[in-house]
Design a protein around this ligand. Structure first.
Ligand SMILES: NC(=O)c1ccc[n+]([C@@H]2O[C@H](COP(=O)([O-])OP(=O)(O)OC[C@H]3O[C@@H](n4cnc5c(N)ncnc54)[C@H](OP(=O)(O)O)[C@@H]3O)[C@@H](O)[C@H]2O)c1
Length: 373
C-alpha cells in the first residue's frame, strides 16, 4: 500500500559492489531533486574489504547523514534487518549467486543489467523470488527515462512517422581492452565479459522498444518473437563486436543493431525509419538518451535540400544522470505491494536474455559456466 500519511515511499538500500555503477547509482538517487517520487536511503554498503567500502563512502557519499553501515563482504548486507532492498552493482557473472543469496535473506532486489549470463539463470532467479514473494527487477534504467515513454507515444500512438519499418542502433565504447588486466570484468569470460551483455543489450532494448509496441509494457500476453541473424568478432574468448538483425515476420520490420568495445558511437546513436518520416535519437550514449527529433520523409524531389528538412525536436533535461527514475519506480512498486514493475517486467528480462542467447549461439561467445552446466 502507498503510505497513507502522504509521505513518499521510502527504501533503505543495501549496495553490494563498490565499482563504477554503484558510485553513479548511489550519488544520483540521493542527490536533492525538485519533485522526487520516492526517498532513498543508502543504509549499507558491502565490499570486498572494509577499506574499499570506507573509501567508496568518503569519495562518493561524504555528506550522507547518517552514514551507511560498511560491511566486509556481502553477507552482512543481505542479513542487515534495516535493509529493504539490495542493489547489485557487481559483474553479471556474479548476479545469479548474489540474487539467490539476497532472496534467501528475504530482500527485494534491483540487479544491474545484464540481469544474468543467460535466460536459464534468469528463470532460476525469478522463480526463487516468486517463491519467496520478494520484488525483483533488472536495472535497465534507460527504459524508465521519460524520453522512452514520450517516444512510445510519438511512435506507436501518434504514428508520427507512419508505419515503422526499420530501426538502426549502435552502442560503441572505446574500452581500450589491451590496457586492462585479464581479471577485469570487461575481459574475464566468467564475469560475462564482452560487448553484447555490457552494451549490446541497450541496442537490443531500443530495437524491441521501437519495433514492438508491446515491449514497453508488462502485458503478459505472448509477444512476437523476432527472427535473429547475428555475427560476433571474438578475441580471447569474448566478443569485441556484435552485430545482429531482428526481423518481425508479421510486419516485416527490421532492427539493425550493433555494439563494439573498439570505437565510440557519435551522439546520434539511433535512427528509426517509417513510411512517413524518420526519427534520430541523440545522447551521451545509447544508455543515456537526451533528445530525439522527428523528421518528415525525405521526398524523391528533395535533391536541393539534401533531405535536411526541419525536424520537431523533443529535449529532456535531467537533474542528474537519471538513475532515480528506475529507483523511484521500484520504491513506488514496492509500496504498492507489487513483485515486479511493468516497465521492466520479468517476462521482458527473460525475453531479452533469450535473444542474447541466440545471438551468442550464432556468434560463438560462450561463458565458462555454460560449459560446466
Ligand atoms: N546501468 C548502467 O549504466 C551501467 C553502467 C556500468 C555498468 N553497469 C553494470 O553494472 C555491473 C558492474 O559494472 P561496473 O562497471 O560498475 O564494474 P566495476 O567498476 O568493475 O565494479 C564492479 C564491482 O563489483 C565487485 N566485484 C566483486 N567481485 C568482482 C570480480 N570478480 N571482478 C570485478 N568486480 C567484482 C567489486 O566491488 P567490491 O570490491 O567493492 O566488492 C567491483 O568494484 C555490470 O553488470 C555492468 O553491466 C551498468
Amino acid at each position: 500500500m502507498a503510505p497513507i500519511d502522504g509521505s513518499l515511499p521510502t527504501l533503505r538500500w543495501g549496495v553490494i559492489g563498490t565499482g563504477l555503477i554503484s558510485s553513479w547509482f548511489t550519488k544520483d538517487i540521493t542527490a536533492p531533486r525538485k519533485s522526487p517520487k520516492a526517498k532513498h536511503i543508502i543504509q549499507a554498503i558491502g565490499s570486498s574489504s572494509l577499506e574499499k567500502g570506507n573509501a567508496f563512502v568518503t569519495e562518493h557519499l561524504p555528506s550522507l547523514t547518517p552514514q551507511p553501515t560498511i560491511y566486509a563482504g556481502y553477507e552482512g548486507v543481505y542479513n542487515d534487518p534495516n535493509v529493504d532492498i539490495i542493489y547489485i552493482g557487481t559483474p553479471h557473472g556474479l548476479h545469479k549467486t548474489q540474487c539467490l543469496a539476497a532472496i534467501a535473506a528475504g530482500k527485494h532486489i534491483l540487479c544491474e543489467k545484464a540481469f544474468a549470463l543467460n535466460a536459464t539463470e534468469a528463470r532460476e532467479i525469478l522463480s526463487a523470488a516468486a517463491e519467496k514473494g520478494t520484488f525483483i527487477m533488472e536495472a535497465m534504467w534507460t527504459r524508465f527515462h521519460p524520453l522512452v515513454s514520450t517516444l512510445h507515444q510519438v511512435l506507436h500512438k501518434e504514428n508520427a512517422i507512419g508505419d515503422i519499418r526499420r530501426t538502426f542502433c549502435d552502442f560503441g565504447l572505446d574500452m581500450n581492452l589491451s590496457s586492462l588486466p585479464s581479471n577485469s570484468r570487461l575481459k574475464d569470460p566468467s564475469m560475462g565479459a564482452g560487448s553484447l551483455l555490457d552494451i549490446g543489450i541497450y541496442a537490443l532494448t531500443w530495437g524491441l522498444l521501437t519495433l514492438d509496441p508491446d515491449s514497453h509494457s508488462g502485458d503478459s500476453k505472448e509477444k512476437e518473437k523476432p527472427q535473429i541473424t547475428a555475427t560476433q568478432t571474438l578475441k580471447d574468448g569474448i566478443d569485441i563486436s556484435s552485430s545482429f538483425l531482428l526481423h518481425y515476420p508479421s510486419t516485416g520490420r527490421q532492427g539493425i543493431l550493433t555494439c563494439t568495445t573498439e570505437a565510440r558511437t557519435p551522439e546520434v546513436f539511433m535512427k528509426i525509419e517509417g513510411t512517413d518520416g524518420y526519427i534520430l535519437i541523440e545522447g551521451v550514449a545509447a544508455s543515456a538518451p537526451r533528445s530525439f527529433t522527428v523528421y518528415p520523409k525525405i521526398g524523391s524531389d528533395s535533391g536541393s535540400t539534401g533531405g535536411k528538412e526541419e525536424g520537431n525536436k523533443y529535449e529532456f533535461e535531467l537533474e542528474g544522470m537519471g538513475f532515480y527514475f528506475e529507483a523511484d519506480a521500484v520504491a513506488v512498486s514496492i509500496s504498492h505491494g507489487e513483485r515486479e514493475n511493468p516497465v521492466m517486467s520479468h517476462g521482458e528480462t527473460v525475453r531479452v536474455l533469450e535473444i542474447l542467447d541466440v545471438i551468442r549461439r550464432q556468434g560463438g561467445a560462450r561463458f565458462p559456466q555454460e560449459d560446466e552446466a
